[in-house]
Ligand binder design. Sequence first.
Ligand code: AMP
Ligand code: MG
Length: 403
Amino acid sequence: MIALEDAQRTVLSQCPPLRPVSVALADAVGRVLAADAVADEDVPPFDNSAVDGYAVLSSDIASAPAELRVVDEVAAGAASSVRLEAGQAIRIMTGAPMPDGADAVVMIEHSEILGDEAVRLDPPGAPLAAGTAVRSAGSDVRVGDIVAPAGTVVTPAVVGTLASVNARRLDLYPAVRVAVMSTGDELVSDGGELGPGQIRESNLLMLEALLIDTGCQVMNFGVIRDDETAVEAALDDAVDGNDAIITSGGVSMGEYDVVKAVLGRIAEMDWMQIAIRPAKPFAFGRLGGVPIFGLPGNPVSALVSFELMARPCLRRMMGFSKLARTSVVAITDEAIVRRPDGKVHFDRVYGTFADDGRYHVRSVGAQGSHQLAATALADALAVVPDGDGLGAGDEVAVFLLRD
Ligand code: AMP
Ligand code: MG
């Protein structure tokens, strides 16, 4: 058996980031920038009002209240052609450009109209400081600023920022296109009756969902029969037009592990026995340069294997620098019992942040690698080191399954 960290290092080193592509901003969310995004415009592009109110000369409001003559009105998207003189005010709306001469704005809540052309302004804290309620040009972003450096994950707020500087196309790491297939003559995926010895196929849709959640594009090849010709044909197909392949099943020691037989023949593979439970058997290799992740077929093993082995690689291919799930040191609210076996156990737990600010976890119960229903209740994987387990109240590192 090899240590998980060694297995991860071996596999990650063979999954370099994909070649960046130019993408329209509208399609950028969730992706990672491959180059700095630099502003070639100031934001805001001109001095403007932060409030609805009256643009004034601050020197006119050395003390409050002050009465001023209203000489113009300016809305957002317009501009006043009037130059403001002493004793005058211009009605102004939020976002409208500051009129020439004006250097501050009094908000409408501190005004009282005195007739058609006059206003009494009574802002608190007079004398009014120059710049009050004015958003100056470039106060958000200046020309030449790096608004998002290479490596930034394009969040909704980053999309908005990039729109504000008119960045219409970006160099981004593309989504990994992943072919996924499961193998096993016992698997039924079409809703039909179960024949003798048959079970429902459960990994394909689960893996598809995990891949979509990871930001990948999925091509689902369905269930492939335990037949070398069928498996080889599906793999040949999958290599074409995909950046990675994920197989489920057929990588352990069984006689019918045909994925193992075929991949051993046509690809350069590394068959691993990782010192973890579940998900000990795992295969990684390359077929025509395309990384292949051979996950075990037991549903819980497939999920844990995906989380620990495939997901970090797929994220690296998509340019992410954070590859692992978020890890926190949790408190066990009950004992987690296990026996020494030379493996690190990744027990499925559910958890909550409690009043002490700590994340508290309990086992979801059944920990068998076929018991997916219990795993479906999990919020996290608890890293239970080799030994006799943990007592109630102990600290344990956990990986949160949802960021
Ligand atoms: P394998 O990895 O092919 O040796 O399969 C290990 C166990 O997982 C067997 O009990 C299989 O029936 C089961 N299994 C394999 N693939 C799937 C699947 N896609 N859905 C549900 N169970 C599976
Ligand atoms: Mg099988």
